[in-house]
Design a binder for this molecule. Structure first.
Ligand SMILES: Cc1ncc(COP(=O)(O)O)c(C=O)c1O
Length: 397
């Protein structure tokens, strides 16, 4: 065992008893290289983060030039920092709607926390509605949005006032009332195994929110920045959130998140009382510099418009007796197996073939494929060949 591996298991806290334990040496594009120079296809993008691939040259360039100017200068929201102002201007120009104000935070979970506070303060209401089978983060308020009580029972009390509706069940929308501060929802449910909204479901949610004066919060922390083939999934599914939550792919590999809303809503944080949300490092200039490069590349290059074509290649190639179906929204895919007992052997065999795919939190028979959006057609074919070869080695139980 290498010294690094020993120190990892001895001194770095683990989140499970089955860490993947890939010892990283270097990354480039869609590949991660281990210390033995073995090359792995990263078909997860580090859970929907590396949309531009690893170490995109423009992201690295902007980070390096920001390092030469300044790092942290003051807690968020006091100093004028060019990376933040340029980013907020560019993103809100691209959005070109009422989402004209950006509050920078550090992560997806913090964006969710802040959205809950913002919605309660803005509406003066208490109740929050989220969808069963959603994952919105790991802080206590974000975990309170989880419907899986077998998990949350270990962390009680979760925050009060949270109710769950079933995703795609129109009948449940009556639970949204004039007591509801906000509905928080993913446009495509990620951790339940890529569950897409059926028909005009999201539009109906939005309509019910408008009727009851409830804020409609869309968590695009996984779906944002081109993952579904549109800049944001709300554009694909033709809705307009009051608050948009972003993180993950936003930073091109650097940690950052944000709430995007109207100035009218976001100014709620600024008075009565002021400092409605405080974050020391939110919108760190180096991370926002990386986000600027990411946004620049995505808006300039033909990346998002090729997502649907690449999605189709995966769908055409991923045919195997062990594969029951593939659900997808762009390069955001769940490969469901015919037998749940085969899931762990399949993920392990795929890894042995040097392709990284991953579990979903709430689906016991499907694995996740969410590759960097810059993956080439050739690379997709090569990765699919390896996946199919790996599945050939699995014996049905
Ligand atoms: C949809 C969604 N929301 C929120 C989060 C939390 O983001 P973070 O891990 O950056 O706190 C995640 C993380 O996986 C997510 O998938």
């Amino acid at each position: 065992m290498s010294l690094q591996r020993k120190w990892f298991y001895d001194h770095v806290a683990q989140t499970s008893e089955m860490a993947l334990g890939l010892e990283v040496k270097q990354t480039e594009g869609v590949f991660i290289y281990d210390v033995d120079d073995k090359r792995y296809f990263d078909l997860n993008s580090g859970i929907s983060v590396s949309s531009l691939g690893h170490r995109h040259p423009e992201v690295v360039g902007k980070v390096k030039s920001q390092l030469d100017k300044y790092l942290h200068t003051m807690v968020y929201g006091e100093h004028i920092q060019e990376p933040q102002t340029s980013y907020a201007r560019m993103l809100t120009t691209i959005l070109n709607n009422h989402l004209d104000n950006v509050y920078f935070v550090n992560s997806g979970s913090e964006a969710v926390e802040a959205a809950i506070k913002l919605a309660r303060k803005y509406t003066g209401r208490f109740e929050i509605i989220s969808a069963a089978g959603a994952y919105h983060g790991s802080t206590i308020a974000a975990e309170s949005l989880r419907s899986d009580t077998d998990y949350t029972k270990h962390f009680v009390p979760t925050i009060p006032g949270v109710m769950h509706i079933r995703f795609n069940e129109e009948g449940d929308l009556a639970m949204i009332t004039d007591q509801t501060a906000c509905v928080i929802m993913e446009p495509v449910q990620a951790e339940s195994g890529i569950i897409v909204p059926q028909g005009d479901y999201l539009q109906k949610v939005q309509k019910r929110c408008r009727e009851t004066g409830t804020l409609f919060v869309l968590d695009e922390i996984q779906t944002g920045f081109g993952r579904t083939g549109y800049f944001f999934a709300f554009q694909k599914y033709k809705v307009q959130p009051d608050i948009l939550l972003i993180a993950k792919g936003m930073g091109g590999g650097m940690p950052i998140g944000a709430l995007v809303s109207s100035k009218g809503i976001l100014k709620t944080f600024a008075s009565q009382p002021a400092l409605g949300h405080i974050t020391t490092f939110g919108g760190h200039p180096v991370c926002v510099a990386a986000a600027n490069a990411t946004l620049d590349v995505l808006s300039r290059e033909n990346i998002i418009c090729l997502v649907a074509k690449k999605e189709n290649i995966f769908l055409e190639r991923l045919l195997h007796p062990l594969i029951k179906n593939v659900r997808s929204s762009g390069l955001f895919m769940a490969v469901e197996l015919t037998d749940a007992a085969c899931l762990t052997p399949a993920i392990n065999a795929i890894y042995q073939h040097r392709v990284i795919v991953d579990y979903f939190l709430f689906h016991d028979a499907a694995f996740r494929i969410a590759p960097p959006l810059i993956i080439s057609e050739e690379e997709i074919h090569e990765a699919c060949d390896l996946i199919l070869k790996a599945l050939d080695t699995i014996k049905k139980g």
